[in-house]
Design a protein around this ligand. Structure first.
Ligand code: SIN
Length: 328
């Protein structure tokens, strides 16, 4: 089957996750199988594209670290320069999927399609979802326009943007969502239907795609809750390069937390975000009268953490950081 004229050459980078998991559905181990065995279970994939395999690691995605992100970024850049490769598919566990996806969306120089996928059921489960997700991801990575939307993800016949996708369900195969944005499109077997395009800067147009670094600044998340300990925040401010406040409501917190933020005068940069799924965080004269914090707008705390990490590689200037959060 030749979907777009000639069969494309797709690099398949595997990192582990449930898609490569084995065992019973309720008690399996992620990242134990070779991706080759999943490909062998989808004979149709061989007539969709020529696959070249790049096993990077074999981890439960909870064990993925910033070091793995940098290794993944380097490999994607090598494959971008390789004229024999037309597109890239990355398999990844679903738990921290959106973090790796957003990091790559912000930092890849790629103009070739990069599509991520995974699975909620292990490869050995009854009706595993990984094979179909992988089949559709390979087809999407072969699509000539896929690169324009930045790093993409495919789950359950739906195309998502790396910036906005969120894992919202811990059980179902339809585990991802883009909240108020819906989705970028859908797939019907190997056929791709784009409906929307992301507006925010990504990949080759991103400022962070052209920065070189061998490690990322230390950024932590302080989770706001009733009775949250201000001493813990004080400790974090003294030990991290950046802190994301996962605030209540529109990025809010107690008077005790506000006092710590107001009194802090050191180099650590503070982002105000929200633990809520919908809505946005803006500058607040009530919670931050001196405007010392950076509003995260619609980014979740864990995505705001990634943007702050890559932004701090570029600048520590508060006003520039605020502009970056308005742009990305
Ligand atoms: C993981 O994130 O590696 C385990 C869970 C999953 O892939 O669904």
């Amino acid at each position: 089957m030749e979907v777009f004229g000639t069969m494309k050459n797709i690099a398949l980078i595997s990192t582990g996750g449930t898609i490569a998991g084995s065992g019973r559905m309720s008690e399996y181990e992620a990242g134990t199988l070779d991706v080759r065995s999943i490909i062998d279970s989808i004979p149709e994939i061989k007539s969709l594209a020529n696959l070249k395999l790049f096993p990077l690691c074999s981890k439960d995605s909870n064990d993925i670290t910033e070091k793995d992100w940098l290794a993944l970024r380097d490999l994607c850049h090598q494959l971008e320069k390789d004229p024999s490769i037309d597109g890239i598919v990355i398999t990844h566990g679903t738990d921290t999927f959106e973090e790796t996806a957003f990091f790559l969306n912000l930092t890849l120089q790629n103009r070739k399609p990069v599509v991520m996928t995974g699975a909620m059921r292990p490869a050995s489960a009854v009706s595993a979802d990984g094979p179909m997700n992988l089949y559709e991801a390979v087809s999407l990575a072969s699509h000539p326009n896929a690169y324009k939307a930045g790093v993409l993800a495919v789950f359950a016949d739906t195309i998502y943007s790396a910036r906005d996708l969120v894992k919202t369900n811990s059980l179902k195969t339809n585990a991802f969502d883009m909240g108020e944005y819906g989705a970028l499109g859908f797939m019907r077997d190997e056929h791709v239907y784009f409906e929307n395009m992301p507006y925010r800067k990504h990949t080759c147009e991103s400022l962070f795609a052209h920065l070189e670094y061998s490690q990322l600044p230390r950024v932590g998340i302080f989770y706001v809750h009733a009775g949250a300990d201000p001493q813990l925040l004080r400790y974090m401010l003294d030990h991290y390069d950046g802190i994301v406040l996962a605030g209540s409501g529109a990025g809010n917190y107690s008077n005790a937390i506000k006092t710590v933020v107001e009194e802090y005068d050191g180099p650590c940069r503070i982002v105000r975000s929200s633990r809520l799924l919908e809505g946005a965080v803006f500058g607040s004269k009530i919670f931050d009268p001196e405007q010392k914090t950076i509003p995260s707008f619609k980014l979740s705390p864990h995505k705001a953490r990634i943007l702050l990490m890559v932004a701090l590689v570029y600048t520590q200037d508060l006003e520039k950081l605020k502009m970056i959060f308005e742009t990305y």
